[in-house]
Design a protein around this ligand. Structure first.
Ligand SMILES: C[S@@+](CC[C@H](N)C(=O)[O-])C[C@H]1O[C@@H](n2cnc3c(N)ncnc32)[C@H](O)[C@@H]1O
Length: 368
């Protein structure tokens, strides 16, 4: 998949989202085969084609990226030219908003490697991605980070010994940035100074992370319709994604389906639902829940998430998770030199309690 990948590594098998029936069990999902720079569906009634280079872009409907896509030319310009270009853009225009969004995650993921003056004294401790990676002891055979953003968490999981980490994001700019990280050297990003002015900052990719990047496979895909076979991962991570999608229940169900029996699901979220992304009725705390006895329950986001995934609520999916750990952690974002935002992030570590036998039974019944 990733041409720079180590040939000894287990490349993850991709399946075709276009001919898979959403929600259907995995036995009928069709593998994709690489032909040059294209991935082709092996189902003769489908034959869908997806770009494979410089990274796989495997989307049922590419219009899914029309919202968040931030492919604007500034990231191919020299840093001072990028700053001049961004300062010439209307501050509220799409290119400027996209570059600010990228800069926010660049700082949030790599602030410990950037010059100290970019981080105010009230921001302490390692970046959230680094702490999250340290909470789930591996080493993992095959880990998946969905909504990976600027990509620090996949790198840290790999540095901690994961054999393969798939770094999935729907935004091609973040996915292409993961490729830049793997190239090493000095990486630079324009950073907003204020509402209009920009500067730029750089860091050298440390050898530890450069080595780790060899085991990270970036992919552009939709976490609500992921092109990977069920039970392909022993670790799945949703870091600040649950409250950033249109359908959080589908996201959680997909994450569970991608986990092998006994696997670990790490979820971090401040339940700060994005106004234009998650419709009010889809937000976990807005739903009317019923427990196993049929009694109505009114629950806040964190409680609803735990009770749902551990099978204590009636819901549209079958849940078989057990809560192993929960905590809260600060998540700092930098909007510009005088505006920072700190979320209180709820962090949960779940284990998939479905037995291998039950998982095989599911496959057999749907292959018939
Ligand atoms: C709030 S950011 C969090 C980034 C990173 N995980 C972190 O904690 O800093 C959400 C990320 O999810 C990505 N994203 C949003 N919707 C997605 C979807 N349906 N599938 C995959 N990625 C998605 C965005 O492009 C963005 O990179």
């Amino acid at each position: 998949m990733n041409e720079a990948a180590d040939p000894d590594l287990p490349a993850i098998r991709l399946v075709c989202p276009r001919c898979r029936v959403r929600g259907q069990e995995d036995a009928r999902a069709t593998p994709l085969q690489r032909q040059g720079n294209v991935l082709v569906c092996t189902n003769r009634a489908c034959l869908a084609r997806y770009p494979a280079s410089p990274f796989p872009m495997v989307l049922r409907d590419a219009s899914a990226i029309s919202g968040p896509a931030t492919l604007t030319p500034w990231h191919r310009l020299a840093p001072d030219a990028a700053v001049a270009w961004l300062e010439a853009m209307p501050p509220d225009g799409a290119p400027s908003i996209a570059a600010r969004r990228f800069a926010t995650y660049f700082w949030a993921h790599f602030r410990d490697l950037l010059p100290a003056e970019l981080t105010p004294s009230f921001v302490t401790g390692p970046p959230l991605s680094v702490t999250l990676a340290s909470m789930v002891a591996g080493p993992w055979q095959s880990a998946l980070v969905m909504g990976s953003g600027a990509g620090r968490l996949p790198l840290e999981l790999s540095a901690a010994g994961a054999r393969l980490v798939v770094s999935l994001d729907i935004d091609p700019l973040f996915v292409s940035w993961a490729g830049d990280l793997a190239g090493g050297g000095t990486l630079t990003c324009p950073l907003p100074e204020g509402a209009v002015r920009w500067t730029h900052s750089s860091f050298d990719v440390p050898d530890r992370l450069l080595e780790a990047a060899r085991r990270v496979e970036p992919i552009c895909a939709d976490a609500l319709d992921p092109p990977m076979p069920h039970r392909a991962f022993d670790l799945v991570v949703l870091a600040n994604l649950v409250d950033n999608v249109a359908d959080p229940l589908t996201l959680l169900a997909e994450a569970q389906a991608l986990l092998e029996p006994g696997g670990t699901l790490l979820i971090a979220t401040p339940f700060a639902w994005q106004r234009n992304v998650t419709p009010p009725a889809a937000r976990l705390e807005a739903r009317s829940w019923m427990d196993e006895t049929g009694a109505a329950r009114s629950l806040d986001g964190p409680e609803a998430m735990v009770e749902l995934l551990t099978g204590k609520l009636r819901g549209p999916h079958g849940w078989h998770m057990e809560l192993a750990q929960s905590t809260t952690l600060p998540w700092h974002l930098r909007y510009h030199a005088r505006q920072f935002n700190t979320f209180v992030c709820n962090v949960f570590v779940f284990r998939n309690t479905m037995s291998r036998k039950a998982a095989r039974g599911r496959d057999a019944s749907c292959a018939e």
